[in-house]
Design a protein around this ligand. Structure first.
Ligand code: PGA
Length: 273
């Protein structure tokens, strides 16, 4: 009996430890052009990150789906692979789509959902996003859910609470701790060539975190909200990461453009630690 209890305590400690690790997710978007470039990027990053650093944060590469397998094959301990998207049906006549089972079979631990670029270019709706999240949860894949306001207005965080609440309403309470939210203000995302010139302050991202936590309190109660990680995304680089993760108290970051440059991404991981 005592043994069982100590095993249970050990399991809880491990879970807390995993949750305390910062999450660094590289969103490569539709880059790079070739499989060999994708593999090179992963190898270049991994060789500069020590074992000790790998224990402090969880580093995830989300390549285009066609490169997931080759990237996964190159992964060393402490690094993980994720997908940038998944379809909301599990199987069938859906030309060009990729299912949750398929990404699971390639060892994806995470999957980005609700990215603003998918909403803009592929008209993804909140119902699509919810259906995707539910499917991912069934397959034990962590959904990395992007929320954020379209425009930088004087009324800050416009619509974010509504986005979060709509999603939370549809997810069973028992599954909420598996969700990862990313506060990604659409106006702060880089255009792929250069970072946005205007960025939120550390107070702004902290307000976003508190707003998301306020929604979580309503759903699962105050005691459980720290089990849900909340990240920042939008023009993150090695210079500004501390502002968001340090001063802004975010639990990690979703990184686009800067994750495609090995040196910059390595610096970000080292800063976050
Ligand atoms: P960015 O992209 O870091 O290039 O701004 C972030 C994202 O869109 O996930």
């Amino acid at each position: 009996m005592g043994d069982l209890i100590s095993k249970g305590v050990e399991k809880d400690k491990n879970l807390m430890f995993l949750k305390m690790r910062k999450l660094v997710i590289a969103n490569w978007k539709m880059n790079p052009n070739t499989e060999s470039e994708a593999e090179r990027l992963v190898l270049d990053v991994q060789k500069e990150i020590s074992l000790e650093e790998r224990q402090k944060s969880e580093i995830v590469f989300c390549p285009p789906s066609i490169f997931i397998k080759s990237v996964a094959e190159k992964l060393e301990g402490g690094f993980f692979v994720g997908a940038q998207n998944v379809f909301y049906e599990s199987l069938g006549t859906f030309t060009g789509e990729i299912s949750a089972d398929m990404i699971k079979s390639l060892n994806c631990k995470y999957c980005i959902v609700g990215h603003s670029e998918r909403k803009k270019h592929f008209n993804e709706t909140v119902d699509d996003i919810i259906a995707k999240i539910l499917l991912l949860l069934k397959k034990d894949i962590y959904p990395v859910i992007c929320v954020g306001e379209e425009k930088k207005l004087t009324k800050k965080l416009d619509g974010v609470e509504g986005q979060v609440n709509k999603i939370l309403q549809a997810i069973p309470k028992t599954k909420i701790s598996k969700l990862i939210f990313v506060y990604e203000p659409v106006w702060a995302i880089s255009d792929g060539k250069k970072p946005s010139v205007i960025l939120p302050s550390s107070d702004d991202v902290l307000s976003a975190k508190l707003l998301i936590q306020k929604c979580l309190v309503k759903k699962i109660g105050r005691n459980k909200i720290s089990s849900v990680q909340i990240l920042y995304g939008g023009s993150v680089n090695a210079e500004n990461i501390c502002k968001f993760v340090g001063d802004g108290l975010m639990d990690g970051a979703l990184i686009g453009g800067a994750s495609l440059k090995a040196k910059e991404f390595i610096k970000i991981i080292k800063q976050i630690n």
